[in-house]
Design a protein around this ligand. Sequence first.
Ligand SMILES: *Cc1c(COP(=O)(O)O)cnc(C)c1O
Length: 389
Amino acid sequence: MSKNQKFETAAIRQQLERTAYREHSNPLFLTSSFTFPSAEQMANTFAGQTEDIIYSRYSNPNTDELIRKVCTLEMAEDGFATASGMSAVFASMAAFLESGDHVLSSRAVFGSTHQILTQILPKWGVSHTYVDPDQIDQWEAFIQPNTKMLVLESPSNPGLRLVDLEKAGALAKKHNLIFNIDNCFATPFIQQPTKFGADLVVHSGTKWMDGQGRVLGGLVVGKKELIEKVRFFCRHTGPAMSPFNAWLISKSLETLAVRMERHCQNAQLLAQFLEGQPAVNKVFYPFLSSHPQHELAQRQMRFGGGLVTFEIKGGVPNAMAFLNKIKLCSLSSNLGDTRTILTHPTSTTHSKLKEEERLAVGITPGLIRISVGLEHIEDVIQDIEQALE
Ligand SMILES: *Cc1c(COP(=O)(O)O)cnc(C)c1O
């Protein structure tokens, strides 16, 4: 971010060069390819001598504008926009990892990231070791001579456990590892991992960035020389973000700060409400003083985030009964929407994991994840209260 522009301003005051119409809002460039005024210029562009846009699998004015904005907000040098969060996660790994390489990863990663690490990368001879997010002082012992990348999420899904980003950055630096963090749950408004030495920051634009449950998208941003490799990988394997989705997500980022402030304020109130409920065993929210890493949360996050998880007493049967009584809120596996969404990770997002794998990342049978929306929080609390009875 430029030194004199605050986050909110940078998210709003970025403009594509205006066309002859002098439009106020950025126009949408729905075109697969671009033309050249001469054969020489076309040849020069293909030779890499000019920066002209060639083809939307490579780049497009709308995806370029979104990338610039996310780089500004994440304080990153360069980036690439992909069709989904998972294509961003995959590209951030596949662009670097070679047969024989090893990844040190937090155990608490997104379900499909877990599938990439355990089912897909091993096919190409890439191995991994899982470590506990809240035990970072023990991670160093698991670094091997062939460890190339450090992968983590903070806060994690769905347990909302944190990794100490300062320590993660120091460890990656000491052992020359690529520090790759999925910052989807926090968003750059709440936490900017590059400040702690992250080399690659990955996002699902599908979640809080769009924030309205409309499109899929992903981004990888980070150090310029690393993004060169991500760009090469993506340009030739083809997971480009559609210009329409880039246009929409960029527009949504204009309101990211105000939306996240309210999401977090609502989440904080809901977490406090849940803590006092007799049907509830435990509530997890980084900015509750009962969170085991509360002090760390306050050090590295601006707010507690828009997700709250809690454990209902009575395991799966009570979790199902509770969800069936929900009237206003939505039952869905998504998150980061204006609408409050409830999920039961054991039977949905994490059902492919073995029971012991789930328990190792804190997914107990009664765990419910709530993505807190922008409805009036009293209406949300009332809905959850009547369902808990
Ligand atoms: C949703 C999500 C992803 C995947 O994003 P898609 O856009 O659904 O592909 C990756 N990481 C985290 C933390 C997510 O919440």
